[in-house]
Ligand binder design. Structure first.
Ligand code: FES
Length: 157
């Protein structure tokens, strides 16, 4: 990854892309969604502050663990505009997501544990399936078509 000399305070979109590993199109997308900002030069070229590197790293890490863009944007909006965010600012943001991440880990664990049953089942029940209804309480205990309620006419036949 190319280093950006400390004396450079603003980055072009190409530099930001090369340094962050995010595609230029992704950076444009983040900007269009209000996750990062830039100023325009007289020639209408984008220039990003150095803190955009951390913002992009934060966005990519959050996306990797499945945090929705709207949640990321909300978190980033809490960062100070008038100064470069400090390590404490970033720690505060990450800490706020701990509960959400714990929930996701729990959900993924459930999905992992029931995936084989679901592949064999295929019902995708909105009431009981951990695939189609990941927060389902019954789905947490069991999976599979055996959880489908027995219809009265099936019982009688
Ligand atoms: S497919 Fe998931 S319980 Fe049937």
């Amino acid at each position: 990854m190319p280093q950006i000399p400390e004396k450079i305070h603003e980055l072009t979109v190409g530099q930001l892309s090369a340094r962050s590993g995010a595609a230029v199109s992704a950076l444009h997308f983040y900007e269009a969604k209000g996750l990062i900002g830039s100023r325009r030069t007289a020639g209408n070229q984008r220039r990003y502050g150095r803190d955009a590197l951390r913002r992009v790293a934060f966005i990519r890490a959050a996306q990797r663990v499945g945090i929705p863009l709207a949640t990321i944007r909300e978190a980033l909006s809490e960062l100070p505009e008038e100064r470069t965010p400090t390590r404490e600012d970033w720690s505060r943001l990450s800490a706020a997501w701990r509960t959400e991440l714990d929930d996701r880990i729990k959900q993924l664990g459930r999905l992992r544990d029931h995936l084989s049953d679901c592949i064999g089942c295929g019902c995708l029940s909105l009431e009981t399936c951990v695939l189609s209804n990941p927060d389902d309480v019954v789905g947490e205990r069991m999976a599979g078509s055996r959880l489908l309620p027995v219809r009265r006419e099936d019982k009688d036949s």
